[in-house]
Write a protein that binds this ligand. Structure first.
Ligand code: FAD
Length: 317
């Protein structure tokens, strides 16, 4: 069984950025990637400096190509499980993880980084999922500019999404906020009204497309329709954090969800176990995921250097 300095689970923006830092530090790294990054349904990625309006998959392909310079192996597949097989009670010395792929292949790693992203759980409205990443999107900074001055519908998951409608009003004067039963405070309602944002209290029952599959608008419970060029929603973020939980990383209830905790270096509560990107933070931003992965990669290398120093001193006796 091969022993790596670091096994990284997930080869999206976070995982590959960590691999770059570790590869450049002459660490032996294995990245195992299922090949389903969160933004795969989007044709173009925006707000990523130097890569604005390019394919998100091209970015990852370029990242993979860059990593061939270093001692970084990338394997397609899913990690099915991981266990901590060795750790020091003092919390000082190294750790050793065993990682098992769904193929049955096993690897050992001195450090384990989980960068597995999250799943967007979409509102259960007929026709909505078919438009995901095209006519139906979530992030004003990722997809707002492209629909400036167009007809925009924001479908709420909670009253807090009134703010999303206000962000969209920055880009277009034609915005409707569909409350979907969420109860708005008088001040939120007044704020929407003051900026000319229509508030629709009838429920949205369908997202409509034309014959070519292009978004056409939304249908309401009484059968009436709003024409729309874009629909913004607020999906529930469901982290792919099974491995972190399997390894008993500490979590805490935050913003209505139970989130695995990491410090600013991506350390979890388990010695040697790190996490980066959307698995531990729901931001919709490739630059943020890259930064999270990059900083965590550097922190892991520093942690390994400390262990190497201890080992060298021990070897001297
Ligand atoms: C529709 C849409 C459009 C977006 N557009 C933009 C945009 O324009 N600009 C922007 O900045 N951001 C955008 N985002 C946000 C962006 O997608 C995320 O911020 C970013 O992908 C997070 O990177 P990550 O590496 O944390 O996770 P991901 O990119 O999701 O990568 C995680 C990787 O881990 C793999 N994985 C998961 N579990 C396992 C496992 N057990 N074993 C092996 N591999 C596993 C997955 O297959 C995946 O390849 C968009 C998001 C969505 C949903």
């Amino acid at each position: 069984m091969a022993t790596w300095d670091v096994v990284i689970v997930g080869g999206g923006s976070a995982g590959l950025s960590a691999a770059l830092m570790l590869g450049r530090s002459r660490r032996g790294v294995l990245v195992v990637d299922g090949g389903r990054p969160r933004n795969a349904p989007a044709q173009h990625m925006h707000g990523v400096l130097g890569r604005d309006h390019t394919s998100p998959l091209d970015l990852l392909a370029a990242g993979r190509a860059e990593l061939t310079r270093y001692d970084v192996a990338i394997e397609s597949g899913e990690v099915a499980g991981a266990s901590l097989i060795e750790t020091d009670a003092s919390g000082d010395a190294g750790a050793l993880f065993e990682v098992e792929l769904d193929s049955g292949e096993r690897h050992l790693a001195r450090r384990l980084l989980v960068a597995t992203g999250l799943r967007d759980e979409l509102p259960d409205i007929p026709g909505l999922a078919d438009q995901w990443g095209r006519g139906v999107v979530l992030c004003p900074y990722c997809d707002g500019w492209e629909v400036r001055d167009r007809r925009i519908a924001v479908i709420a998951s909670s009253a807090a999404n009134a703010h999303q409608a206000q962000l969209m009003r920055q880009l277009s004067a034609d915005v409707v906020f569909c409350t979907q039963g969420a109860v708005l405070t008088p001040s939120a309602r007044a704020g929407l009204d003051a900026r000319g944002i229509a508030v629709e209290d009838r429920s949205v029952t369908e997202v409509l497309a034309d014959e070519s599959g292009r978004l056409r608008g939304i249908r309401l419970e009484d059968g009436s329709q709003w024409e729309a060029d874009a629909v913004f929603v607020a999906p529930r973020a469901v982290p792919h954090d099974d491995l972190l939980r399997q390894l008993r990383a500490r979590s805490m209830r935050q913003g209505g969800a139970d989130q695995v905790l990491v410090d600013e270096d991506g350390r979890t509560s388990v010695r040697g176990l790190y996490a980066a990107g959307n698995v531990v933070g729901p931001r919709s931003s490739v630059p943020w995921a890259m930064s999270s992965g990059s900083l965590t990669g550097a922190a892991i290398n520093a942690d390994l250097v400390d262990e190497d120093v201890r080992n060298a001193l021990d070897a001297r006796g």
